[in-house]
Design a protein around this ligand. Structure first.
Ligand SMILES: C[S@@+](CC[C@H](N)C(=O)[O-])C[C@H]1O[C@@H](n2cnc3c(N)ncnc32)[C@H](O)[C@@H]1O
Length: 249
């Protein structure tokens, strides 16, 4: 069974949400930006300030030259007063599943945004079968499987906790924000590309969760949350297409 068409558009909901906030002269915080900034330099709004925050100085250093106007080496769970009230947009791509406790990180990001600022994030879901397997298996075995069966570069495998990464828990953690959208995505099959028959069975399960709107079981979520207040200026359309391959979530 081939992958449903939504797999080719895996980043669409994230990009639509991020694009709605882009405008010249803005300040963007990329949380867990690492070696791969969420918006490449060429696609950024004019004169924007782009700050990369990451637990790992080495990951930030591996990003393409000039990716960050400022790098902040920190756990997003630790509050950094110098970041408070500075940003119009916070982005985070495939990071929240690595963060524990997630509500503390979301509260910090809320404090780093100016009134009217937005968070746009994409995270894996706690109850996706690959996430459950990742938590159940010993770390060494999980890394070995990801390396050999999924072909992942071991340097890009980080410990994952999936803390409160499901629909109702995410909504609860974002309850103090002004406007909140939690968009479920059903994209877990690529983890089974090494076993086509198993992938076909998985796709039947995923179709059941999707059609039944069992949101807490989604494989991924896009979070789009706005801090109460009003933004400073008009928006500017346009994130150029991303370098990551389709389905590579
Ligand atoms: C899977 S990588 C994603 C990197 C990049 N956002 C991307 O799209 O390729 C996860 C990144 O989150 C960072 N990270 C993990 N836990 C973190 C935390 N608690 N605070 C800040 N960064 C964290 C890791 O160091 C790593 O760079």
């Amino acid at each position: 069974m081939s992958l449903p068409e939504r797999y080719a558009r895996w980043r669409e909901a994230f990009d639509v949400a991020a694009r709605s906030s882009l405008r010249p002269d803005m300040a963007i915080l990329d949380v867990g930006a690492g070696r791969h900034p969420t918006i490449p330099i060429a696609a950024r709004p004019a004169r924007c300030a782009y700050v990369g925050l990451d637990l790992s100085a080495a990951e930030l250093a591996d990003a393409p030259r000039g990716s960050y106007d400022e790098g902040v080496v920190s756990d997003v769970v630790a509050f950094r007063p110098e970041l408070a009230d500075r940003f119009d947009l916070a982005l985070s791509m495939m990071v929240f599943e690595h963060v524990r406790p997630l509500p503390a990180a979301l509260d910090n990001i809320h404090a780093y945004l100016r009134p009217g600022g937005a968070l746009v994030a994409l995270t894996s879901g706690t109850f996706a079968p690959f996430a459950l397997a990742n938590r159940l298996l010993p770390a060494g075995l999980s890394r070995a499987i990801q390396k050999t069966l999924l072909g992942k570069n071991p340097a890009t495998i980080f410990p994952a906790h999936y803390d409160r990464c499901w629909d109702s828990a995410l909504r609860k953690a974002l309850a103090n924000w002004g406007e909140v959208q939690v968009i479920p995505l059903y994209l877990g099959a690529t983890y089974l590309n090494f076993a086509p028959p198993l992938r076909s069975v998985y796709l039947l399960y995923e179709e059941w969760t999707r059609r039944g709107d069992h949101r807490n079981l989604a494989s991924h979520y896009v979070l789009h949350a706005k801090k109460a207040g009003s933004v400073r200026a008009e928006t500017e359309p346009g994130i150029a297409s991303e370098s990551r391959k389709a389905g590579e979530v």
